[in-house]
Design a protein around this ligand. Structure first.
Ligand SMILES: [Zn+2]
Length: 64
């Protein structure tokens, strides 16, 4: 018997078994999924703007 991974519902923190039966994963239920989608729609979340690449240490433009 395989041990299935368990994730935490991002909405309510409930543990959710990550299996094909958990159709709303990573959410525990449709309700939590809809809440999360609603949060997106209301910009409760902000998608981070693309940050400038800070690891280009050899930029020849020399702006410091
Ligand atoms: Zn939940």
């Amino acid at each position: 018997m395989k041990k299935l991974p368990v994730v935490t519902c991002p909405q309510c923190g409930k543990e959710v078994v990550w299996s094909s039966e958990s159709r709303y994963r990573p959410f525990c239920s449709e309700r939590c999924k809809l809440i999360d989608l609603g949060a997106w729609a209301n910009e409760g979340y902000r998608i981070p703007e693309r940050e400038p690449q800070a690891d280009q240490s050899d930029d020849p433009s020399g702006q410091a």
